[in-house]
Design a protein around this ligand. Sequence first.
Ligand code: GDP
Length: 203
Amino acid sequence: MTSQSQYQEAKICLLGDMGVGKSSLVGRFVHDKFDTSLTTTLGASFMSKTVSINDKTYRFQIWDTAGQERYRSLLPMYYRNAAAAIVVYDITNQATFNVLRDWIRELQKLGPPNIVLAIAGNKSDLTENREISTEEGKGFAEEIGAVFSETSALTATNVAELFVEIGKRLPTEAPPTLRTSQASHTVTLNKTSKGGHSCCSQN
Ligand code: GDP
C-alpha cells in the first residue's frame, strides 16, 4: 500500500471480560502468534493490520480493551468511531457469557450507530471444559444480528475468518471522522509490558 486512498480504514474494538482472550486473539490475528507470556491488559492499545477481502483492502485498526470493571468508564473512548466491535466470551466460563448482554446493551446505547457487532466464543480448543454450547452462543448472536464465531487464539481456529466476516459486513466507506482521528495513536493508557505485544505496531 502506498497511499491511504487505496484502502479503507476500519476501527475494530474488542470487548469482553478480563481473561477471555482478547489480547491473544489480536496477537494471533496481527502476528499469527500465541504468546502465553502476555500479562493482563491494562488500559488499551491498538494494532493495525491490512487485509484484502474480495476486491477491497482494509486497514483494520484493532483496539484491545481492558476487561476490568474499574476501567469501564474509559470504554466509550475505545468504541467511539468503531466500525465494528467483537464482544468476546470464554466458552469455558459461563460468567463471561452472562455479561454479553451488558456489553451489547452498552454498545447499542452509547456506541456508534450501525456498528457491526460480532460475538466470539473463544478458547474453543478447551472442549472438555465447555460451559456454553455452540447453539447457545449462536442463538444469542442471531438475536442481536451479530456475526458469530467460536475461535481459538491458541490453535488459530476461525480467528482470521472472524475478521474477514466482519470486513464483509462493513459499509463501503469508513466514517469520515476516522480518517482524522490519527491523534488516537497517542492514547496509551497504563499499558503493561506484554513482551512483543506492544502498543501500536503497524504493518
Ligand atoms: P484478555 O484479558 O481478554 O486480553 O485475555 P488474554 O489474551 O490475556 O488471555 C487470558 C488467558 O487465556 C491467557 O492465559 C491466555 O494464554 C489464555 N488464552 C487466550 N486465548 C486462548 C485460547 O484460545 N485457548 C486457550 N486454551 N487459552 C487461551
